[in-house]
Design a protein around this ligand. Structure first.
Ligand code: SAM
Length: 458
């Protein structure tokens, strides 16, 4: 297996762009508005920019790009933790074999059903299954879990898209995962810096850097064409990690014709029994996290950026404007956390502990359109097909109406007493749809939702 993260190259690029002139940064900012993305050297110039005025220009440009591609939509999901029983020893993680607590547990099928019911009752339509790694959380278990999740219903509600964040597996197992109808397979490299990776992962299958680096290739080879990548910020220099993420994206694009569907930007949070999680070696400040999101938005404009409840409400609100397109809400990070059967501690501490309803209400009040849409993958718009529609701007013609329909569904089923302001917001969003045919279909569907129909999408 080849290491396509050329560290020498990354360090050279960072060195060559160490003191960028304002003129060169302005040129890159201007280029990013063509929405064709940036190469690693161009992104490095932005990463090395410390001039406050120019940084604010980068933020403003990220806002502009976010607006033109994603409008005011934000897609919502929740993680469902299946197991905290782990055979790996990762120094930053609360599930590490080393920091193992006495509450180790893997959810049974009945417990998965209870957790799913609790999440459906909140109004969720998209789940991210997350599991620690051990023999019990194998592909047969995952297949059964996914089936259980899709089969679980509460009133009008059901989970319509299951994404998965689990340890790398063999191609044949990825094929089984694909046949279980998952949306995105997501895996974070944690750190792309190999010697840091080796220091952080003491033992267990996860200590194999290359196996992890190639996991998304293996998923793609098995036909899972929406893959998500990311780094755990705080383990190593953030500039290095951002450039490595871009190299990973380029590698996937070159090999499979499509880059990652999403990029996640988790920062280390305090975790039970982990000394390092309390004192990350390369702590990333809020300002730096804003820079990371904005530069990724300029560099890979069509790739979703995922933000979790690790971050506090006020920072999340700022990052939504800078390029984040998907967020978790109401999250619990311990198996059994939603139905009350699970015991803390979770994998790490979360900072935004508001309920889904509180988050949705707050988003709508700020003018963001909460979306529970799952239509792309259910209509076969994944991988290259998705990007072929996204790049010429076609996908947003569908995203906006679908966001609207799923938001209305949420209001009807989970916020029946929503304020007049939110109702007015909903109708003003309908009038934003430019195409008269799409506007009419959306309006008809909205009427049908009022009459009790569900799950309508374009
Ligand atoms: N077994 C899967 C794997 O191999 O990636 C899932 C691992 S874990 C349950 C999911 C993610 O949580 C990790 O990839 C890591 O980035 C993140 N994570 C671990 N410890 C964390 C901490 N202390 N703070 C924030 N995020 C953490």
């Amino acid at each position: 297996m080849k290491n396509f993260i050329n560290e020498v190259n990354i360090f050279d690029i960072l060195k060559e762009t160490q003191t960028p002139s304002n003129q060169s940064v302005e040129t890159i900012i201007h280029k990013s508005l063509e929405l064709k993305g940036l190469n690693p050297a161009e992104a490095a110039l932005l990463l090395n920019c410390e001039d406050e005025v120019i940084l604010n220009r980068i933020f403003a440009t990220a806002r502009q790009i976010k607006g033109s591609i994603y409008g005011n939509r934000l897609v919502l999901f929740a993680p469902l933790y299946l197991s905290n029983r782990c055979i790996n020893r990762c120094l930053y993680c609360g599930f590490s074999q080393e920091s193992s607590n006495s509450n180790q547990h893997i959810l049974s099928k009945d417990e998965v059903r209870e957790e799913t019911k609790a999440l459906i009752a909140q109004g969720h339509k998209r789940l991210l299954l997350v599991s620690a790694e051990d023999q019990a959380a194998n592909i047969d278990y995952l297949k059964e879990v996914i089936k259980t999740v899709y089969e679980t219903k509460v009133g009008n509600g059901a989970i319509r898209r299951v994404n998965v964040n689990v340890a790398p597996m063999e191609v044949k197992d990825f094929k089984t995962l694909k046949s279980a109808c998952i949306g995105t397979y997501q895996l974070f490299q944690e750190t792309y810096h190999k010697s840091t990776y080796n220091k952080m992962h003491l033992s267990g299958p996860k200590s194999d850097y290359l196996k992890r680096l190639h996991a998304c290739d293996d998923a793609q080879t098995a036909g899972i064409d929406d893959v998500g990548i990311g780094a755990l910020f705080g383990l190593y220099d953030y500039k290095f990690e951002v450039l490595a993420i871009l190299l990973h994206a380029l590698h996937l694009e070159e090999r499979f014709g499509v880059g990652p569907h999403t990029i996640s930007i988790p920062r280390i949070e305090p975790a039970f029994g982990s000394e390092i999680s309390n004192h990350p070696p390369y702590q990333v400040s809020d300002r730096e996290l804003k820079k990371i999101v904005a530069i990724l938005r300029l560099a890979v404009p069509y790739t979703g950026i995922i933000l979790s409840t690790r971050e506090k409400e006020s920072l999340r609100n700022e990052l939504f404007h800078l390029g984040v397109s998907q967020i978790s809400a109401g999250s619990k990070t311990a198996p059994g956390g939603y139905s009350g059967s699970g015991n803390p501690p979770g994998q790490f501490n979360t900072s935004d502990n508001r309920s889904l309803t509180e988050v949705v209400e707050n988003l709508a009040t700020m003018g963001f359109l909460p979306s529970f849409c799952t239509s792309c993958y259910r209509s076969g718009r994944t991988g290259e097909k998705f990007m072929d529609l996204a790049k010429p701007g076609e996908i947003k013609k569908l995203c906006h109406p679908n966001a609207l329909l799923t938001f209305e569904e949420y209001l009807l089923d989970h916020m029946p007493k929503s304020s007049q302001k939110i109702k007015d917001f909903l109708s003003s969003e309908l009038h934003k749809i430019e195409d008269p045919h799409i506007r009419k279909t959306t309006s008809d569907y909205m009427e049908l939702l009022l009459q009790g129909k569900r799950d309508l999408y374009l």
